[in-house]
Ligand binder design. Structure first.
Ligand SMILES: *Cc1c(COP(=O)(O)O)cnc(C)c1O
Length: 452
């Protein structure tokens, strides 16, 4: 009776899976906010290394993982695939529930899978420093650790509200040697503009992105790094699904449904895209379900349209599901799921009906997280709790229909830095927030006009 399916270090995959050649139709190209035309290689090379720009547009289905990256991965990879037997018993479901646990990485989430790769390619091309933004702090801590591994400096623009509310995340980044700046700041022109407009602004992910990109664009030895949304980021995360497939093969299982939570789409895609590949290649029948909060319902209530990725409007315009670039999400505890847009490849697949999307409110997600903690022992991140909720819902449905289905979800990270959210839930103080439709309509009026 297997509980944990473990691979050895030399079974860490040697290639990532690139979904671009398998999409049902070509991805609409990124547009430059300055020229209104397709983004040129030279524009991107101001802030990204060549290797990553090539990956961003690659038509190769599998891309080699450099040995140096696999070596750093081996600090925590391969991650375990576990069967949630105690949860199954608690639910009295005939379904089998499996989860891939990414919380075993040093920063506690899936994010270093791409941070390490990005730091490596930047180091190889002679870059000395990376800039980035962080909201709740998971991405900032992942990149701080990755930069330390390859001797790069790291500057993190941290959303001001989180900087003061989550001091331990800041400390974690500083332990790994990063400089952490509350955003908006006086360091950049865009930061100064945001402060001029509202000196008391709590900041937002969109503002912090503008600052980090401007800082990178202005310094020759500095590049910018993004933790989700972009094609190369999602590709680096496919190591999760590729390992999971191998682990399930070892016990002769295949999932009927694959589930993940969605902020920008990277951990979901990392788990689901390798299974999508099976569907395209072998016609496998597997449902893929993306879960988001009702407070930030990008895939379920947003528009599939071109929009800016940041507040100042200086990063390439992408065709994606969006709630509008000046959408300010309500303050839910799943901070990592509060971005206004989603990855272009994931957006296209949802628009084409290849991937299902559902939204769940805050209280039921914490309820699911508690059931998971009290059966399997793991205290998941509030983001991850969204995937746990839907995995449990699928298991309950299986019980009602007396179906022996196989459920797989990505357990994207642990929740030890988010105990404040759990504290509020246990005290009965959490509210369920449904973002009002009129407000979504309002922010969608400000989408940029794009002709391609
Ligand atoms: C950042 C984060 C997410 C959301 O980001 P994606 O790019 O959608 O994966 C989900 N879970 C955890 C634990 C995170 O840190």
């Amino acid at each position: 009776m297997e509980h944990r399916i473990i691979l050895s270090e030399d079974e860490i995959p040697k290639q990532w899976y690139n979904i671009l050649p398998d999409l049902p139709r070509p991805l609409p190209p990124p547009i430059s906010p300055f020229t209104g035309e397709m983004v040129k290689f030279e524009e991107l090379s101001q802030i990204f290394p060549k290797a990553l720009i090539q990956q961003e547009m690659s038509d190769k289905r599998f891309v080699d993982i450099p040995e140096e990256v696999r070596e750093v991965y081996s600090l925590w990879r391969p991650t375990p695939l576990c069967r949630a037997r105690k949860l199954e018993m608690m639910l009295k479901t005939p379904a089998k529930i499996y989860y891939k646990y990414e919380g075993v990485s040093p920063p506690g989430s899936h994010k270093p899978n791409t941070a390490v790769a990005q730091a490596y390619y930047n180091m190889k091309e002679g870059i000395n420093r990376l800039t980035t933004e962080t909201g709740a702090g998971q991405w900032g801590s992942a990149l701080s650790m990755a930069c330390k591994m390859f001797d790069l400096e790291c500057t993190v623009y941290m959303v001001k509200a989180s900087y003061y509310q989550k001091p331990y995340r800041k400390t974690l980044m500083e332990i790994w040697g990063a400089e952490v700046i509350p955003s908006p700041s006086e360091r950049t022109e865009s930061g100064k503009k945001f402060l001029e407009k509202d000196p008391e602004t709590p900041g937002s992910l969109g503002m912090a992105i503008s600052e980090a990109v401007e800082d990178a664009a202005k310094h020759d030895d500095t590049n910018y790094s993004l933790g989700s949304v972009l094609n190369h980021v999602l590709m680096h995360q496919t190591i999760i699904g590729l390992e999971a497939k191998r682990q399930l093969e070892m016990i002769d299982e295949y999932p009927d449904v694959v589930i993940g939570c969605v902020g920008g789409g990277s951990n979901f895609a990392g788990m689901a895209y390798p299974f999508y590949h099976d569907r395209v290649r072998d016609g496998r029948d597997v449902r893929l379900v993306a879960v988001e909060p009702t407070a930030c319902p990008t895939l379920t209530k947003g528009a599939y349209a071109y929009d800016y990725g940041d507040t100042a409007g200086i990063v390439p315009i992408l065709k994606m599901f969006t709630l509008g670039h000046d959408f300010i999400p309500p303050p839910i505890h799943a901070g990592g799921l509060r971005y206004h847009g989603d990855a272009p490849t994931l957006s296209l697949l949802v628009a084409e009906g290849e991937i299902e999307a559902v939204a769940v409110p805050q209280n039921p997600t914490f309820e699911a997280a508690l059931m998971f903690a009290r059966s399997e022992g793991i205290v998941v991140a509030p983001e991850t709790a969204h995937a746990v909720r839907v995995a449990i819902d699928e298991a309950i449905k299986a019980k009602e229909n007396d179906e022996e289905k196989v459920i797989l979800f990505n357990c994207s990270g642990h929740g030890y830095f988010d105990l404040g959210g759990y504290e509020k839930y246990l005290a009965g103080e959490l509210v369920d927030i449904e973002y009002p439709d009129e407000k979504i309509k309002e922010s969608l009026k400000k989408l940029p006009e794009v002709r391609v």
